[in-house]
Design a protein around this ligand. Structure first.
Ligand SMILES: [Zn+2]
Length: 402
């Protein structure tokens, strides 16, 4: 159909940018093993991969504007290099303090707000430092997690299109890429405001990020869920409302063939499962099993989001079933993924509504409620959500026994 063909085409046009280094491996005690930085217009994110949980403090200084993080009793690991920076983030330096703390200083072009969060992946520990210029719209409410009882659930929000790829264009030249970024930011803010959840974004500026890079960003962020935001298009201007997609079996089988073919080179991409040296048959079976599990989790998560959209006031839904399509961004074999066509740009009244903050917020809140409902029932192991669910179940058992 035209609308599907169109959106597939516009998705397929995406092509280049946004490199993020992989997390550190082979960590040793009490060391900063790796430091990586990504910069956007008036925002930056630094990732500090550490050998273990390290008490820290942070503050800002002026003239020039600096953001400072002190890591108690920490040394630099072997081979640690300072990342090259550019744009709003002018400089990164580090040095040992007399009290034994390792100090990192981020010099910014304007006063920065700081938000820190701690992430834990098995033996790996990571401190994420988010910096944004005063008044910048994202990296809001998240508070630093100082003593984690369980790690945050990580959700990668993917605002569709961007940069040279405007996506669908509606009445008055309204561009899909701007709507998806606005809704994506609102969704990320809601996620960050939720205790036990953390949002990462594939883009937080008007930049062009290739489709596979979006998926790889989610994998490098160890995301538990990938949510791509789009706006639909159709030849019939009277069609309006949301649709939710997951990967089709056809798309999955094409991707499986690719993963098996590339298994010798891309072993580390496959969710930690090393396919190097496996036979074609065994690799096919392993990839197929992982994909099947991921698609079934994607379906449950997508149904939860669709239900939340159906319940939301002011948000129309066009198709009341989860749809499946071979969208490239949904092809991660290990991360449950969904693509939400939030509405139809081809309906002029909906296109205008999509530029309105209240409507963007209504959509973002509905998606967030769906995600929240899904993870309350299906929390990943080791997360705060899992600990809280276990506590709820123990309480139920105790009250039944009493
Ligand atoms: Zn799109």
């Amino acid at each position: 159909m035209i609308r599907k063909a169109f959106c597939l085409l516009s998705l397929g046009l995406c092509g280049a940018v946004a490199m993020r280094p992989a997390p550190a491996a082979g960590l040793r005690a009490d060391h900063l093993m790796r430091l990586s930085v990504a910069t956007w217009a008036e925002q930056a994110q630094a990732r500090l991969d550490l050998s273990e949980y390290t008490p820290y403090r942070y503050f800002t200084l002026t003239s020039p504007d600096r953001a400072v993080v002190d890591l108690r009793g920490t040394r630099t690991g072997p081979g640690l290099q300072l990342p090259r920076v550019h744009g709003w983030l002018e400089d990164v330096r580090m040095g040992l303090q007399p009290n034994g703390a390792l100090r990192l200083v981020f010099t910014t072009r304007s006063a920065a707000a700081m938000h820190l969060s701690w992430q834990r992946f098995g033996a790996e520990q990571r401190l994420v430092v988010r910096l944004s210029a005063a008044g910048a719209p994202i990296w809001h409410a998240k508070k630093a997690v100082a003593t984690p009882q369980g790690r945050d659930i990580i959700i990668t929000v993917d605002p569709g299109h961007g940069g040279i790829d405007p996506g669908t264009i509606g009445i008055d030249g309204i561009e899909e890429k701007n709507i998806t970024l606005a809704i994506g930011r609102r969704l990320a803010r809601l996620i960050d405001a939720q205790r036990g959840m953390l949002a990462t974004m594939t883009r937080d500026a008007d930049v062009y990020v290739p489709l596979r890079e979006r998926m790889h960003i989610a994998e490098r962020d160890h995301a538990n869920l990938f949510v791509s935001i789009h706006v639909n298009d159709c030849s019939d201007p009277h069609i309006k409302g949301a649709e939710v997609y997951i990967l089709s079996l056809h798309g999955a089988s094409n991707e499986a063939a690719r993963l098996v073919a590339e298994r010798e080179n891309a072993a580390d991409r496959f969710g930690g499962m090393n396919l190097r040296g496996t036979s074609h048959t065994l690799a096919s079976v392993l990839v197929g099993l992982s994909q099947a599990a991921t698609i079934s989790r994607s379906m449950v998560a997508a149904r939860s989001v669709l239900t939340a959209l159906e319940r939301a006031p002011y948000v129309p839904v066009w198709t009341h079933a989860v749809l499946q399509a071979p969208f490239v961004v949904l092809k991660s074999p290990t991360i449950p993924s969904m693509l939400i066509e939030t509405d139809f740009m081809s309906d002029p009244s909906q296109a205008l509504k999509l530029t309105q903050p209240w409507f963007q917020q209504s959509i973002a809140e509905a998606i967030f409620q769906g995600i929240l409902a899904y993870f309350r029932i299906h929390p990943p192991a080791g997360t705060l959500f899992a600990a809280e669910r276990a506590a709820r179940l123990r309480q139920m058992v105790a009250s039944n026994a009493g």
